[in-house]
Design a protein around this ligand. Structure first.
Ligand code: SF4
Ligand code: MG
Length: 339
């Protein structure tokens, strides 16, 4: 099976409640509002967007840690959204999550050995103590932690090492899919590359499939095969990584790219600077038509405010913009560009 994860028209809406008993539903936060995507086996899908765009909720809904409101998530051809809870628990070892801050997701009273043993026991992996020890030792080697780490506690490690413990905890179960939510954003820049390289190496050695969620475009660039950009609960663009970064097609992606600093200060930065007007609207009350129209420098009268653009294939990309071709050709110019 080429596609490991298939997401179709996925929606996650959270009720907004009022009243003394919080029993009056006055609206819904449409955190994820109709997302379609495929994650190929053995590849990395990078999911980017500003905080509040719904990317973390999508990651959690994909693993059924947050129940979707509607839509479908298939894993290896199996529909997770219709699966009874007991069966879903059995699937968990195949789909693991890595979090941004390992300090808050690791129990400070457990040493590394007991953190790793706990998962094995919960899933009935390893017949004997020796067998579990062997699996744990191999996992430590794989993430580059020394054996003496087993008897130590999370606070005794640096941030980068703690993230290695978080990765080991996921890895020890032998998963096929790992959802990594901002896996390096809490780390020093110098450590970030090491952890990203480790994830990449583990993928090569173990054939893992990743969904890597990040607000930082630079982080997912080198590790991702495909990148999806989210805005207000919807995917606005998806493209092979090399394509997205060199030829972004959606106005929102263009704006994000124009804000990424150029790595070499000696090289003159000739790129267009796109400044977005206004703040991110509330996902409880998203704009009509194209959700991006209130901030889009290319927005056209009536159609952009009235008709929601579908995600459609343009070359190797999928783009949700009525005017993507006209913008790419230069036929349509932005209303305001700080040149
Ligand atoms: Fe901008 Fe209109 Fe395209 Fe939306 S559909 S991104 S508002 S040009
Ligand atoms: Mg890779």
């Amino acid at each position: 099976n080429e596609t490991l994860v298939e997401v179709r028209d996925l929606k996650v809406h959270f009720p907004i409640t009022r009243g003394v008993l919080f029993d009056r539903v006055v609206g819904h936060v449409k955190a994820v509002d109709g997302v379609d995507l495929d994650i190929p086996r053995g590849r990395t899908y990078g999911l980017v967007g500003e905080s509040g765009c719904g990317k973390s909720t999508l990651g959690r809904a994909l693993l059924q840690l947050t129940p979707p409101t509607s839509g479908k998530v298939s894993f290896d051809g199996i529909d997770l959204t219709r699966m009874p809870p007991a069966k879903l628990r059995g699937m968990r070892r195949r789909m693991q999550m890595i979090f941004q801050d390992p300090m808050s997701s690791l129990d400070p009273r457990q040493n590394v050995e007991s953190i790793l043993t706990e998962g094995l026991q919960a899933h009935g992996i390893g017949d004997s103590r020796d067998e579990r020890r062997r699996i744990i030792s191999e996992t430590l080697d794989a993430v580059g932690l020394p054996r003496w780490a087993l008897s130590r506690y999370p606070h005794e490690f640096s941030g980068g090492q703690r993230q290695r413990i978080g990765i080991a905890r996921a890895l020890v179960l032998g998963p096929e899919l790992i959802v990594a939510d901002e896996p390096v954003s809490a780390l020093d820049v110098s450590i970030q590359a090491q952890v990203v390289n480790l994830l990449d190496e583990l993928q090569d050695n173990l054939g893992l499939t990743y969904l890597v969620i990040a607000h930082d475009l630079a982080v997912v660039r080198h590790i991702s095969d495909v990148v999806g950009v989210m805005y207000l609960g919807a995917l606005v663009e998806e493209a092979p990584s090399d394509r997205l970064y060199t030829e972004p097609l959606h106005p929102y992606t263009r704006a994000l790219m124009s804000a990424v600093p150029v790595p070499d200060p000696e090289v003159e930065d000739r790129r267009e600077r796109i400044l977005l007007a206004g703040d991110l609207p509330s996902p409880a009350n998203p704009p009509s038509g194209c959700r991006f129209h209130t901030r889009c420098p290319w927005a056209q009268p009536t159609r952009c405010a009235e008709e929601r653009p579908a995600l459609r294939q343009i070359g190797r990309s999928r783009v949700a913009c009525h005017w993507a071709e006209q913008i790419a050709s230069g036929e349509l110019r932005p209303h305001s560009v700080d040149a």
